[in-house]
Design a protein around this ligand. Structure first.
Ligand code: M3P
Ligand code: FE
Length: 304
């Protein structure tokens, strides 16, 4: 039983046309499905129906984030565990959400709505399964990441939130940042992946989304992404640079309606028995941005 990986993020945007233009032409995602007020997107190497849902709403924000569980029965087991912890859950039945079957939803201790699902509509990647090309068509517009990688949410009480993800949901901590009193300021958590993080939680207002990140295959693609962003007049927040935490290479930037995106590559391989890495607050500058060694206030304080 367990949490497999990040499946999709559902957000609100006050300008669906502008957001769609950016996510398709600059980020380079595929539009999967569109109705009057909702657009579903995916990356070229993703097998699931979608990884991003955007719906029109006057205020930007995150509706929910969804993780896939390992086995069909896990939904019931997690429902019991989450309820026992004291978070009420609701069941969403098959047919209510596009691209997936039954799911459970609940509010995590830091106030975001989390969803767990096993039954996901598999629509396949762009390459197919018969003699597939190892690369997508060379003329894909924009950055065109192969897949979504991770997300980061804020929490007023990081330790309380981390405990929920670890003890109740069974995720593994890979890295943490501690303040001078030994309290957690940030934690990086993995599901059943071998990645240093599928989700991270960093101190900030409850309910907030800090960013989500797309995977790129190497550092050179990060450089190319920076060129694409600058060429299109996208506001870059940080980078291109390297994280100390996760060791990943990164750029942060804002979509046209102010949601922070990241592109990420590198990092290290995590096994179930990999020891936790701890950063102390006095070294957090290097943990965040290894070359710059700064704790940027815009980076920490701006969120969706
Ligand atoms: C990452 C990452 C913060 C740290 C962010 C780190 C917001 O995004 O991918 O490791 O403090
Ligand atoms: Fe990140």
């Amino acid at each position: 039983m367990g949490i497999l990986r990040l499946a999709h993020i559902d957000v609100r945007t006050p300008d669906l046309d502008l957001a769609t233009a950016y996510y398709t032409e600059v980020m380079g995602l595929q539009t999967v499905q569109r109705s009057e007020d909702t657009v579903y997107f995916k990356c070229w190497d993703e097998e699931d129906h979608h990884s991003l849902r955007m719906r029109y709403h006057p205020r930007t924000g995150m509706d929910s984030f969804t993780f896939r569980v390992e086995a069909e029965d896990d939904l019931h087991e997690f429902e019991k565990k989450v309820e026992a912890y004291g978070c009420p859950t609701t069941r969403v039945s098959k047919g209510e959400a596009v691209g997936q079957g039954e799911s459970i939803r609940f509010e995590v201790p830091s106030g975001q709505i989390m969803e767990l699902v096993w039954d996901i509509e598999k629509t396949g990647n762009m390459l197919g399964k018969r003699n597939p090309s190892p690369v997508p068509p060379p003329d894909l517009p924009g950055i065109a990441p192969p897949r979504m990688d991770h997300m980061l949410v804020n929490a007023e009480e990081v330790a309380e939130s981390a405990k929920f993800f670890i003890d109740v949901l069974g995720m593994r901590m890979t890295e943490q940042v501690l303040d001078g009193n030994g309290h957690q300021l940030g934690v990086w958590l993995a599901g059943r992946t071998n990645s240093p993080h599928d989700i991270a939680i960093v101190n900030g207002p409850n309910g907030a989304l800090h960013h989500w990140a797309y995977w790129l295959d190497d550092w050179d693609h990060i450089r190319k992404a920076a060129d694409t962003l600058a060429y299109n007049g996208v506001q870059i927040d940080q980078g291109p640079t390297r994280h100390g935490v996760t060791r990943g290479n990164t750029i942060y930037f804002f979509d046209p309606l102010g949601i922070r995106n990241e592109v990420f590559t590198g990092g290290y391989w995590v096994d179930p028995d990999t020891e936790i890495i701890t950063w102390t607050e006095d070294n957090f500058g290097k943990g965040l941005f290894y070359y710059e060694n700064v704790v940027s206030q815009r980076f920490l304080r701006m969120h969706t």
